[in-house]
Design a protein around this ligand. Structure first.
Ligand code: KG4
Ligand code: ZN
Length: 345
């Protein structure tokens, strides 16, 4: 029988400390997630110093729990995988230091993982990824379309020029008096309202795959402030629905265009904002209508947010491609995908 490949994976790039055990890159034996959201809520966003301290407190507890839940001993493991960027430097450093120490102490190879590749590989828990593929990555820090001609090759074909979609959700949520992160609450409220404000859809018909959400955010905030000044009460559900419809329309339109321009076999939807029901449903329906033969894979709802299981799945692929790091591995807060200049359409 083939020996099982067991990866202990670490994620600490933002406000979740997570450790997972993944078998053969496709099966979750454990995925322990310690979220710090309650500590950041009162500040309206993630406070980097506070995040680092929480990671330090949680990481060893998460390691013990992940191994216990998976019923795995350190000597059963094949490798250690860790997110080394992009993210908050102090937060990343805790995961990187813990992973390095664990790998050194147990004589295991260390696999460095890009957090965004991790988000894409959350889809691996649904089914195998088929290449060439395209990933629509929507999170709190990123909004991008990533073309993957082959396994372990990532080319950003378009990205946001200002705010990420999740960031825009969180900022307008604050204006509506919601707590951080507001994406899920706005999504729920949006389903009770209608698109009556018709906010702008920036760059929707431009000849590129880039996005822009700051104009939409400003239009939203101006509308709310103007109403406040004249003591007018606006319908919150309609505001949420109108904002969400603008975001979804632009993202869906650009993604459909990417599907038309690149010959791909699979489209993957991943990242924190991929949990958005409006986006999931609209994209499914439009793809079904325009590209019924294209395989559409949505990251499972519970794996859209940050977690170590997705890092283990991406780490398994990186390991297959002999991507290893030594003890000099450092956190890279602005890590980007390696550019693949000759990627063929
Ligand atoms: O991927 P993620 O967990 O962290 C980053 O790597 O950024 O994404 C977090 C973001 C937050 O901005 C949050 O408001 C947003 O994902 N989010 C949502 C939903 N659930 C989470 N945005 C829209 N609709 C949702 N249902
Ligand atoms: Zn993330």
């Amino acid at each position: 029988m083939r020996k099982k490949n067991l990866i202990l994976a670490f994620e600490s790039s933002c406000d979740e400390t997570s450790v997972a055990v993944i078998e053969n890159g496709e099966k979750i034996l454990s995925n322990v997630i310690a979220t710090q959201i309650n500590s950041h809520k009162r500040f309206g966003g993630v406070v980097p110093e506070v995040a680092s301290r929480h990671h330090i407190e949680q990481v060893t507890i998460c390691i013990d729990e992940a191994l216990e839940e998976a019923n795995v001993k350190p000597s059963d493991l094949t490798a250690v995988a860790v997110t080394y960027g992009p993210g908050l430097v102090g937060a990343l450093l805790v995961g990187v230091a813990a992973a390095k120490a664990f790998a050194y102490a147990n004589n295991l190879p260390l696999v460095p993982v890009n957090h965004m590749a991790g988000h894409i590989y959350a889809a691996r828990f649904v089914k195998p990824i088929v290449f060439p593929a395209m990933a629509l990555l929507v999170s709190g820090g990123h909004t991008e379309l990533v073309y993957m001609p082959y396994e372990n090759e990532f080319q950003i074909i378009g990205e946001t020029r200002d705010d990420a979609a999740g960031e825009a959700y969180d900022k307008i949520g604050r204006v509506l008096g919601m707590t951080y992160p507001a994406g899920k609450d706005i999504d729920e409220l949006a389903h009770k309202g209608k698109d009556s404000f018709h906010f702008p859809r920036a760059m929707m018909h431009e000849d590129n795959f880039d996005f822009s959400f700051s104009g939409l955010k400003s239009a939203f905030i101006n509308t709310v402030h103007h109403a406040d000044q004249i003591n007018e009460t606006l319908d919150r559900a309609d505001l949420a629905a109108s904002f969400q419809q603008s975001v979804v329309d632009v993202i869906v339109e650009k993604t459909l265009w990417a599907c038309e321009q690149f010959s791909i076999k699979q489209l993957i939807l991943a990242g924190g904002v991929a949990a958005n029901h409006g986006l999931r449903d609209t994209l499914s329906a439009k793809l079904n209508e325009k590209y019924p033969d294209l395989d559409f894979v949505k990251a499972p709802l519970e794996l859209c947010g940050d977690n170590a299981a997705m890092i283990g799945a991406a780490g398994y692929v990186a390991m297959k491609h002999h991507v290893f790091a030594d003890a000099s591995l450092n956190a890279e807060p602005s890590l980007e995908f390696d550019w693949v200049p000759d990627a063929v359409k």
